[in-house]
Design a protein around this ligand. Structure first.
Ligand code: COI
Length: 334
């Protein structure tokens, strides 16, 4: 008996992913139906006849999951590490299994290092002043600091946080780490401390945790108050880790000396769309962008050629594993 050829419906397929879906679809002998629509109640009919779908990070709530289940979908693979955009409780209740993907942690960790360096060297100010042809040497706007003199706190020591530590080691700075689940081997390289000590002791705090109920707004008015005056905050993880209102108060009071944010709360419907000329329903992003010491980028830390290749390949492999009933290292425990 010949085994049925796996097939996958791909939602929200961007143009830059097409070459990889072509390449890995052929390599793994799978039929890939690529669509640009996002998964919603209205587009669920596209999934008729597919047991597995591959999606990106647009929010997928209970109504869309229900509609997909009714069309026969049993597995949702998101082409991202994070899966906080999927209503997992609803998926579990409907009997839908969920998977994420892994990709080289270097994309986000390289970007984090770039952010740390940009923040300590005041690059936003320097670039703005240079654009206005103001080339004066100014200690308050232009002068930077060197990493060797600073202590960096890594909050979250999974694959990305650990790779940031690899990078930082070459700079000779102090490194402290915080994670609810400490890694045995990392303990030999960095000192783990509690969240409060990390807040109190670091010049720079870089966030690398997944979004979860227990770390929602871990950076809030209380934790900001414990931080050093002029602390630098870097977030390449998830917007929900920072209470934006408290954070903006801390920037305005000078408690936060600089920040670099690749993610912000409520970014889900904005980022990855060309919204040129549109009125945007997120005032916080506009205000954050206006601060001279806060760098804001639209969730692009992941975006490298290697990441896209890995995301597409691993999403395909994950859907195949679901269909064949094999071991699936990306399946999320619900
Ligand atoms: C993730 O992989 O979780 C990311 O944050 C990148 C994603 C938005 C494509």
């Amino acid at each position: 008996m010949t085994e049925e050829r796996p097939k996958i419906l791909v939602y929200t397929r961007r143009k830059d992913e097409a070459v990889f879906f072509g390449k890995f679809g052929r390599q793994y002998a799978v039929d890939v139906c690529e669509r640009e629509e996002v998964p919603t109640v209205e587009t669920a009919a596209l999934a008729q006849g597919f047991s597995s779908i591959s999606i990106t990070t647009t929010p997928v709530g209970e109504p869309a999951l229900k509609a997909l289940r009714e069309r026969g979908v049993g597995f949702v693979s998101t082409r991202s590490v994070g899966y906080d955009h999927i209503d997992l409780r609803a998926a579990k209740g409907l009997g839908i299994r969920v998977g994420n993907v892994s990709y080289a942690p270097d994309a986000v960790s390289n970007y984090t290092l770039m952010f740390i360096l940009m923040a300590i060297r005041n690059i936003k100010n320097i670039a703005r002043l240079a654009l206005a042809q103001d080339y004066s040497i100014q200690s308050d706007f232009v002068q930077g600091r060197i990493l060797r003199n600073l202590t960096v706190g890594i909050a979250g020591t999974g694959r990305i946080g650990r790779r940031v530590i690899d990078h930082l080691e070459g700079f000779g700075c102090g490194i402290l780490a915080y994670d609810a689940h400490e890694s045995e081997d990392l303990r030999r390289r960095v000192r783990y401390v509690g969240w409060e000590e990390l807040c109190a002791s670091c010049d720079i705090i870089s966030l690398h945790m997944p979004a979860a109920r227990d770390n929602h707004h871990i950076v809030n008015a209380a934790s900001l108050a414990k931080m050093k005056d002029g602390v630098i905050i870097v977030n390449t993880a998830r917007g929900s880790l920072i209470d934006t209102a408290a954070f903006m108060d801390a920037v305005e009071s000078g408690k936060v000396g600089a920040a670099a944010l690749d993610v912000v709360e409520e970014e889900g419907y904005l980022y990855y769309n060309n919204l040129r000329g549109k009125v945007l329903p997120n005032r916080d992003i506009a205000v954050l962008k206006s601060y001279p010491n806060v760098i804001v980028t639209p969730h692009t830390a992941f975006y490298t050629d290697q990441s896209i290749s890995d995301m597409v390949e691993n999403s395909i492999k994950s859907c195949i594993a679901f269909q064949r009933g094999g071991e699936n290292p990306w399946e999320v425990r619900l």
